[in-house]
Structures are given as C-alpha cells and as structure tokens.
Design a protein around this ligand. Structure first.
Ligand code: PLP
Length: 357
C-alpha cells in the first residue's frame, strides 16, 4: 500500500498557484476488489476517497480544500453553499467550517421530490444540524443560477451584519476551483499505480456537477496519462453532461496554465443507469450496492457511488469495458445517504437477505 506523504504539486506544479487548506487525509488507499473483480472478469481497484478523514469523507473534501483556500485568503469567517437536501457537499462544507472555526450557512434545494421523513431529516441533514450550520431552504432544484443568486443575497445580508462571507457557487458562470482537487487526485492515483508497478486501462467515476470528472481528466492529461475516464451520469442526461464536462475540463486546464489539453474525444459520459433520475434509486443501483457490500464489505450510496458501480457493471456487460480490463473505480463517498434512503433500501435488502448476491 502507498503510504508515504504525497504532494501532487510535485507532479503538477501549477497547483501551487492556487490557495488550498488541508481538510482531508491522503493519500487515500487504492484498494484491490478481488472478489468483485473476479465476478466481473476484470481487475478492479477502488480509489477510496470515502476514506479521506473528514466527517465520513468523500470527493467533496478535495474540492473544498481549494474553495476554503480562497475563502481563507479572502479573510472569510463564513462559507455559504447550496445543494440538494441530502447533499454531501453541504455536509462536508459544514464540517470543514467547524474545523476552520468559521460558520456555515447552507441552502438546501428541493431537487428530489421525496416526502419521506428519513430523507428529510436523517443522513446528511442530521449531520448539517450536528455541525451547527445555519439552514436555509430553497424551493427550486434545477436552477443553479437562481440558487447562486439567492446565496449571494444571503451573503449580502451577512456582510451588512459584519460577517465576512465566502460563497461557493455552483453555476457554470463561476470558475471550477474545486476541480483542482481532482487534478491532484489524478496525480495521486497515477503515482500509486506506478508505485505498485500496475497499469490501469480505465477510470470510472460518478459525474454530477462534473468537477470530479473534469478535474481528474484534466489532471490525467496534464500528466500525459492517456487513460479513458468514464463519467457515469448521476444527475443529467449524457447530452447535457457532455458539454458541461468539456467546458469544465477546459477551465481546469486553464487554471493549470495549459491550453488545448482536452479534446471532445476525451469526454466520455454514460447515462445508461440514470433513469428514473437524480436521487431516485433504480434496480441496477440497488443490485450494485448489494454486490459491493456482499462481495467486498464496501459501502456504496444510492445517489452516486452505487449508481456509478451500476454503470461500470453495465459497461462490462455490454463489452464497452472489455473482459480482462484493469479498472479504477473512484469511490467518492456519500455513505450517510444510505440512512436517508432506508425506506427504499430496506424492502429489497430484506427480500434478498436469504440469498447471496
Ligand atoms: C458522493 C458523491 N459522489 C460523486 C459526486 C459527483 O461529483 P461532482 O459533483 O464533482 O461531479 C457527488 C456530488 O455531490 C457526491 O456527493
């Protein structure tokens, strides 16, 4: 296992131009999943970004390190963030604010039509309260600009009261600083594979806001690592996600001081397991969650990582990922949502309890 201290900026010196605070622990393990891999006919590793230390971990820790770096440089004492009711980003921003001695003001959007009391109060919502975040509700869920504008309004009010707010915007009209964390993660993964003397043929990750996807892709290409990076769509159709990831990847490349790093052929998005839509469990995701748990003791969530493994499995079944491939599955966290989705998960898990995967 790769244990020594790792500084991605040694491989991508351009990262040094961007302020960052350390919120998570790294490098995260790159773990072999032998049983699941054998079942699928591939060599399968998981990059355990769910194990990066802060408040149940997850990909958003690496992204927040760059936003919080900018907030600190700006002298902030409060961060504002917006997300779905069960947002992992929001939960981790609230936790990170505690660690910095700051306040978090979080805006929870109605992205998923669910009246289940567990969805509305357990999982990430419970943790937002535990971290003492100021909570604001926002009735829309599909309008990033409106959500950002509302955050800006809250920030103006706080500034008038003497606070120093920093807004983490979601919309495409703001730079994707958080994606730098995934350029760094690509460098970390590349180094781990080299250290293990292993070659991977594919990376598979969940593609939502697209910052993880775009950051990993730009980081890989900046290292001249030509590996295909498949984004499993968890929020939008491939038609909408492709231009989003393309734009974000070009922006990350520019933040790294590179031009013409990403071509359209680099952007691989797959919405084959997206139905019935963001935040709604489907049978393939449920099967993937069960398989991860029962083959490897791995916890995957209903919104992101379970769906991502479902997409990976489908790509193996269709031959898009060939037998014998050597695949890195990025575990982006999200596990608190398991408890918010208890009602969706429980019946199927009970039904299958007697049988094996
Ligand atoms: C657990 C988890 N995995 C994956 C993603 C998708 O990452 P991104 O928004 O960077 O595309 C998210 C986004 O919220 C997430 O919370």
């Amino acid at each position: 296992m790769f244990q020594r201290a790792f500084d991605a900026a040694e491989l991508l010196p351009e990262l040094k131009a961007h302020p960052r605070v350390t919120l998570g622990q790294g490098p995260t393990p790159l773990e072999l999943l032998p049983t699941l891999g054998e079942k699928l006919g591939i060599t399968l590793w998981t990059k355990r970004d769910d194990c990066n230390g802060l408040a149940f971990g997850g990909n958003k820790v690496r992204q927040l390190e760059y936003y919080f770096g900018r907030a600190q440089a700006a002298g902030a004492d409060t961060v504002l963030i917006t997300g779905a009711l069960q947002s992992n980003f929001v939960r981790l921003a609230a936790a990170a604010a505690c660690r910095m001695g700051w306040r978090a003001e979080v805006q929870l959007e109605e992205r998923v039509a669910k009246n289940d009391p567990l969805y509305r109060a357990n999982g990430n919502v419970l943790l937002d309260h535990l971290f003492g975040a100021g909570i604001h509700f926002f009735p829309e869920g599909e309008n990033e600009r409106a959500a950002d504008r509302n955050l800006d309004r809250i920030a103006e009010r706080l500034a008038a009261q003497g606070r120093k707010p920093y807004v983490i915007h979601l919309g495409m009209d703001h730079p994707p600083y958080g994606a730098l964390g995934y350029a760094a993660a690509a460098a970390e993964t590349w180094s781990q594979l080299r250290e293990l003397d292993e070659e991977a043929t594919h990376v598979v990750l969940a593609s939502g806001s697209g910052l993880t996807h775009a950051g990993f892709l730009a980081g890989a290409r900046a290292l001249e690592w030509d590996i295909p990076v498949a984004g499993i769509c968890v929020r939008r159709s491939a038609e909408l996600q492709r231009p989003r990831v393309e734009q974000r990847a070009e922006e990350v490349a520019a933040l790294l001081g590179r031009e013409s790093l990403i071509g359209p052929e680099d952007v691989d998005v797959d919405d084959g397991v997206l139905a019935p839509g963001y935040g709604h469990l489907n049978d393939e995701t449920l099967a993937a969650i069960r398989l991860g748990a029962r083959c490897e003791g791995l916890l995957l969530d209903p919104v992101y990582t379970g769906r991502c493994l479902a997409g990976l499995i489908r790509q193996v079944e269709s031959g898009r990922i060939p037998q014998g491939a050597r695949v890195v599955f990025l575990h982006t966290g999200g596990t608190p949502a398991l408890f918010a989705y208890q009602r969706d998960l429980e019946p199927a898990l009970m039904d299958a309890a007697a049988g094996r995967p």
